[in-house]
Design a protein around this ligand. Sequence first.
Ligand SMILES: [Fe+2]
Ligand SMILES: [Fe+2]
Length: 442
Amino acid sequence: MHRHSHAIPSSLGALALAGAVWLVPGTAAAQDSGHALMAGLTLSYSIGARSGFGIGGDLRYTYFQDEPQGFPINGSLGIGAFFQGTYLLNGAGRFAFGAHANMLTNVFFDLDTEFGATIRTESKEGDVPGGVGVHLGLVPLFNALVLETGPTFRGSIGVTEGMESEFIVGGDIRGPGPCVYIDCFQVVSGRPLRTGPNAEATFAPLRIGPPHPARPRRKAKASGRGTRERLFSHWARAASAECASVPAFLALARDLSRAGAPDTLVSRAIRSAEEEETHTKLCAALANEWSPVHLSPELPPVPRRSDECPDALLCRLALDSFWDGLLGEGAAAAEARRTRLFAKDEPTREVLSVIARDEQGHAELSEQIVAFCLSAGGKSVRNALRESVERSWAGEETRLSHVEGAAEDSEARMLGLPDAAAQRLAREEAFEASMRLVSRTL
Ligand SMILES: [Fe+2]
Ligand SMILES: [Fe+2]
């Protein structure tokens, strides 16, 4: 998913004030669905029974499902339950509970709706009676990453005698945002880190803290807020993905050596880990130029070796190198090349050049690993690869026709953000390269 909204810097800033915290749990990534528990603070002003300010807490559970069947937008749907308790400054209390449903779009906009019951206690002076009402709420929230914030429009329709209807406006701040629980991003990011065979890709945690006084801020002044936030999101996500590639390559080097691969392949895998470390630093530096706080990726541990027989090891190396290396890193290289064509910002162009060159090298290394596995493993590797390609090809082709990237934003593109066309063409380019390998070797 991509980004939007003023709330990102402000909520990150709020977290920074509280000291360094984890931004993304190490295991949270690439989840199609997930359970989310959020706590929040609500500030409100009610008109109706008796005008007055209120302050309260909000607790909600949500089950998110990414792009359910028939969902009209690219995003997620959430359903769950909520409970709110508010202290009204006129001395009364208001409680609301019920069901909520939200729609989380790929621009980090989260529209939450609430339906339930309200109970209001009698005011302190006894002049405003309490009672029960129907609760309705509409809450557009921004920044699904760490802390969601947004205006709130709620109301209660009095049901019991004496309970007057109310209209309540205010603001909510809740955390952690849904993107801590489910995958809200879509970026081509190179070789993913997998903690086991067929495991989902994971990302590196990002630590946030107060900004460094010496960090460059020149660009932040030169561009619109939406563009800055999209760039921050893109480079933060890229830094996290690049950082996860470091242990992925160290595990690859170890497994190549266990499989008896030539030393040149092992040492190229180690060199690739070093290159991914450089990419991490470069992407984190660019993210920090757009961020009001300081982000630093934390290196995840190298995944443990899985107990496999030599045949299974060769098959896994071949499949990972084909899908994650040739296709994934090939696409990352092509995307960086294509994005660089439109980028005018010199430091960003340099970063894109390094990434394009290295990721292309990683894709080529992957091709050589596939060749080694085929020659060492023979028929069983060939069959496993053929079977995997036959099984997943149609899905890959469908995905290709649905690659969606950032909306057209010429300013962001000039500053190095890949747009939808660059992402689609990059994926196509890598897809064609892997098709050539299939027709040559299988
Ligand atoms: Fe990389
Ligand atoms: Fe890579």
